[in-house]
Design a protein around this ligand. Structure first.
Ligand SMILES: Cc1cc2nc3c(=O)[nH]c(=O)nc-3n(C[C@H](O)[C@H](O)[C@H](O)COP(=O)(O)OP(=O)(O)OC[C@H]3O[C@@H](n4cnc5c(N)ncnc54)[C@H](O)[C@@H]3O)c2cc1C
Ligand code: SF4
Length: 499
């Protein structure tokens, strides 16, 4: 603990982001950075609690509480206070393969569980993580770690999101030879095509890590869809073990009249297209999926919906609304959402701040359900909505339409951002991989083994849609399970099999 009285004397201070009206003019990251003396001050607020809930990674009713990768938070805060940044960096690498991703996009369940948060704003943990890793890159402390010896074992990883990347990084460090198969043209999963560039820069941040991993010996095979270009069975024959990290990519649809009209898209269509346009404008010239001059309605009030709002604003939409079926959250913790649960609070995230800067108001409408889409000549012109009230049925909350609350909203683009139901089942079913009742890959947490020997599963395809930090946790865990599997006495390697 750097300064025993720090939490009594120092108030929480946050980095200043670029102003919403200004950042709408570009696609670069807008998050601010605190200078080192301010970080030292903020690190002094850490109380080094006997039981550091911040690093707990527990799943409570309201979601994750504490850090899912068990970052050594009080330890690095101590190092930051004492000015030992390189030591802080070494501690950070012990638990997190990619702090530059979580330091930017994690919703920081660590801060929701910070003990200081009981009666004061919590320690700025996420920003410290970001500052440590960026300092490490700037100082040249992040160096390729090329394994001295190879084990002769070959591992295939299907999917290159944070789960696949974390598994690849760990297994490569164990000395195994790792090939990552990715169907898209660039590796990264939702880190590349999903989370927008202004939250996580593709060239400066995602590519920087991918290049490092390549230098360390990981092979990426892009434009290769397993189940189409190569079967899972072929991979099983050619490799000693497999890790499935294909994500939860099936979007939740909205089956209401008019769904077939032109102008209604899943959120991921727009988000992927907009990043592709940004990275290779010449390849996607003439892309018709753009919100310029359009009245846009985003259905879904979560983070994906917010990313859509921020994206269409940058594309110069004429108007944007965001519909949320849930009630507006409270501004302080509700009685049924106590510390150290993740605080479910009303906040204006970056997209809503930007919409307010452009159009003068938060774009969200709460407790609103879409009844049908309206169109003319096959093209969307609007939607009919109704207000809902939440009732309890058999102990479960259900929305009930309120009479006489119907409204018509004009729209020539609707983006469906209502979450994801699970992984695409075809390739998995063909290969005989067992799925759970919810449609996720059946493999218990902590064990990660599927019903097929030597095939493991990690991330959203196993857990259901979640967070980058959980994907990293699962990738690390699956790598450990896979490594143990390969260590079993008398286990032959793939070369033996081929011979
Ligand atoms: C728009 C959006 C924004 C988000 N923002 C945040 C955020 O700010 N913070 C946060 O913590 N979380 C966020 N999330 C959630 C987070 O991105 C995911 O939980 C995380 O990426 C899951 O990682 P994963 O590796 O399991 O899967 P993914 O990142 O989905 O990666 C799966 C990869 O597998 C590939 N693949 C699938 N099938 C095959 C196949 N048959 N052959 C080859 N490749 C295949 C896919 O192309 C994809 O690249 C967001 C999600 C979305 C959709
Ligand atoms: S990874 Fe997320 S939960 Fe863990 S310390 Fe970083 S911001 Fe907090």
């Amino acid at each position: 603990m750097g300064k025993p009285t720090g939490f009594l004397e120092i108030k929480r201070q946050e980095a200043k982001n670029e102003a919403p009206a200004k950042r709408l003019g570009h696609w670069h990251e807008f998050a601010g950075k605190m200078p080192a003396p301010a970080i030292r001050n903020q690190a002094a607020r850490c109380m080094d609690c006997g039981v550091p809930f911040c690093q707990g990674g527990n799943v409570l009713p309201a979601g994750t509480s504490g850090c899912p990768v068990y970052n050594l938070i009080p330890e690095w805060n101590d190092m930051l206070y004492k000015g030992h940044w390189q030591q802080a960096f070494k501690l950070l690498l012990k638990t997190n393969n990619f702090p530059e991703f979580t330091g930017r996009v994690c919703p920081a369940p660590c801060e929701g569980a910070c003990v200081l948060g009981i009666n004061e704003p919590p320690v700025t943990i996420k920003h410290h993580e970001y500052a440590i890793i960026e300092q490490a890159f700037a100082q040249g402390w992040v160096k390729p770690r090329i394994p001295g010896q190879r084990t002769g074992r070959k591992i295939a990883i299907v999917g290159s999101g944070p789960a696949g990347l974390a598994a690849a990084d760990e297994l490569n460090q164990y000395g195994h030879s790792v090939t990552v198969f990715e169907r898209d043209d660039r590796p990264g999963g939702l880190l590349m095509y999903g989370i927008p560039n202004m939250k996580l820069d593709k060239r400066q941040v995602v590519d920087r890590r991918l290049k490092l991993m390549e230098t360390e010996g990981v092979t990426f095979k892009t434009n290769t869809e397993v189940g189409r270009h190569i079967s899972l069975q072929e991979l099983q024959q050619q490799y000693d073990a497999l890790i499935l990290a294909t994500g939860a990519t099936v979007p939740r649809d909205l089956a209401v009249p008019g769904r077939e009209l032109k102008g209604i898209h899943f959120a991921m269509e727009l988000l992927t297209r907009s990043t592709k346009d940004l990275l290779t404008p010449q390849a996607t010239a003439g892309s018709c999926l753009n919100a310029k001059g359009k009245k846009v309605v985003v259905i879904g009030g979560g983070d994906t919906g917010t990313d859509c709002v921020a994206t269409v604003l940058r594309q110069q939409c004429a108007a944007v609304l965001q519909l949320e079926i849930m009630p507006k959250p409270p501004v302080t913790r509700a009685a049924d959402n106590p510390w150290p649960e993740y605080p479910r609070l009303y906040k204006a995230d970056y997209g809503q701040q930007e919409a307010a800067a452009r159009f003068g108001r938060d774009p969200r409408l709460y407790e609103v359900m879409t009844r049908k889409f309206l169109g003319n000549n096959g093209r969307l012109t609007g939607l009919v909505t109704t207000k809902v009230k939440w009732l309890k049925k058999n102990g479960h909350p259900v929305p009930a339409a309120l009479p006489d609350t119907g409204a018509t909203l004009e729209a020539d683009m609707v983006l469906l951002a209502m979450g994801f139901t699970g992984p695409e089942p075809q390739m998995l079913q063909l290969a005989g991989i067992a799925l759970s009742r919810q449609g996720h890959i059946k493999a218990t947490y902590g064990n990660y083994a599927t019903n097929q020997p030597g095939v493991f599963a990690a991330g959203d395809c196993r857990r259901g849609q979640s967070l980058v930090v959980w994907a990293i946790n699962e990738g690390r865990g699956a790598a450990r399970a896979c490594h143990q599997y390969l260590q079993a006495p008398n286990r032959k390697n793939s070369t033996d099999k081929v011979d």
